[in-house]
Design a protein around this ligand. Structure first.
Ligand code: PLP
Length: 430
């Protein structure tokens, strides 16, 4: 049995003290007993009437549902407890700024099939997302997909999922499918397996990925039966969503290790949240806990401009400072990529400290994490030599099918990428 590393032992709030271990460790019990009513929350946490009314008044866009497990991990009665902030709504969510958007990443607009808006997002050439449910175990207060999350507790109709799968089947360029939601692991084992099975028979589909927060919010969902199902559909990857070291309880650590033991590579996508995790020391601890439990930190997201999230958003510089404190200071595979997801469907853009200081003909000046500045000498009398077997690849010379900035680097003849409605070009005489 591998060693488990965790920050705290999972707690059980005294409100549920009479619940037997069998129920407590049964994810269906956790799902069925989620706290959704502010009045019940008042009773559990001993809130004032005023605080309770504020919570009710906060639920305009995204409903509340908290698993008894996750709620029990709240440590203090402080409103700024990091677990509490992610689970319990505040009036700040009703403060919608002019620059906020319902769908900042244009996930609906980037749907190629009429009728599948909100079910399928195809943004990148070789991969896409399908949303198989809008239910989550817990509705994160910083949810970027808050326009849909929690809309219903019923899975996406199978007829629509089949249409999305049909779209994938018809396109050989799709090699990677992200199953997302909502939280796909709120589906039953059988339902999930039907979807996995349908996807796995598509020859050109290489990777299946699942995005889920249940290892954090309902770790008992990671059962032996689930792992036995998942491992039949390899290569299957899972990305989860830990934001704070305190979320890595013994039960969450066990959930991660079970998935890893099923041969599933695990990644973590966290969101930079003001007052929750926006400090290098928090991230240093978080990434260490992740890697010892075999979860590779994958992304740190700058918080999106979804409606009512301004109070959670940070300066971009805080993300850069976190990366500055990780790269070189700790194992390379413990360093995630800090990204800003482009408004209007721009996709993820990596942002990081500057490490390249200057460049000349064949020298490049670099700096490391210690501030040491050094050069790297590139080869002189250089002629580019192609790898011997390059002809075996489809487009060896100018890789004709590439797009975007990469295309400008080929011999395709493409010399520029021109923004639409460029005033300078419009001024030109016809
Ligand atoms: C994030 C995302 C993906 C996956 O991106 P990776 O960088 O490959 O993890 C795919 N499609 C959409 C719409 C996304 O937002």
């Amino acid at each position: 049995m591998p060693r488990k590393f965790f920050f705290t032992k999972a707690k059980k709030h005294k409100y549920w003290l009479k619940v037997c271990d069998r129920d407590w460790n049964d994810y269906n019990w956790q799902l069925n007993n989620r706290v959704t009513d502010p009045k019940e929350l008042q009773e559990i946490l001993g809130l004032s009437d005023k605080a309770t009314k504020e919570i009710s008044d906060s639920l305009k866009i995204l409903r509340m549902a908290i698993t008894p497990y996750y709620l029990s991990q709240i440590d203090s009665n402080e409103v700024n407890d990091p677990i509490r902030m992610q689970a319990i709504p505040t009036l700040a969510e009703t403060d919608i700024k002019k620059t906020d958007c319902k769908d900042p990443l244009h996930e609906e607009a980037d749907c190629p099939v009429p009728g599948l808006e909100g079910i399928l997002t195809h943004r990148y050439p070789d991969r896409l997302i399908i949303y198989v449910t809008y239910q989550c175990a817990m509705y994160c207060r910083h949810c970027t997909r808050r326009r849909h999350a929690g809309e219903t507790d019923i899975p996406t109709p199978m007829s629509k999922i089949k249409k999305a799968i049909e779209y994938i089947r018809k396109r050989e360029t799709i090699r990677d499918v992200l199953i997302s939601g909502g939280d796909p692991l709120t589906l039953s084992d059988d339902h999930l397996e039907v979807i996995l099975k349908e996807l796995r028979v598509i020859d050109h589909l290489e990777i299946i990925r699942i995005g889920t927060r249940v290892p954090v919010t309902m770790p008992m969902r990671i059962t032996d039966n689930l792992c036995n199902i998942l491992k039949k559909y390899h290569p299957l990857w899972i990305n989860t969503h830990f934001n704070h070291p305190r979320e890595m309880t013994d039960l969450s650590a066990e959930a991660c290790q079970k998935l890893a033991d099923a041969g599933i590579p695990l990644g973590n996508q966290s969101v930079l949240l003001r007052g929750v995790n926006n400090h290098p020391l928090i991230y240093k601890k978080l990434v260490k806990l992740l890697v010892v439990n075999r979860v590779r930190p994958y992304y740190i997201y700058q918080c999106d401009l979804s409606q009512g999230l301004e109070h959670f958003r940070t300066k971009v510089s805080e993300g850069i400072e976190i990366i500055e404190n990780l790269r070189g200071h700790t194992s390379g595979f413990a360093v995630p990529t800090f990204v800003i997801d482009g408004i209007g469907g721009g996709g993820k853009v990596p942002v990081m400290p500057n490490y390249v200081l200057s460049q000349s003909n064949h020298k490049i000046a670099l700096r490391n994490y210690e501030g040491l500045i050094f050069n790297y000498t590139e080869p002189t009398n250089y002629t580019h030599t192609l790898p011997l077997d390059i002809k075996k690849y489809s487009d060896p010379v100018d890789y004709k099918n590439t797009i975007g900035v990469a295309k400008l680097l080929t011999e395709s003849g493409e010399v520029n990428l021109v923004p639409q409605n460029l005033a300078r070009l419009k001024r030109r005489k016809k």
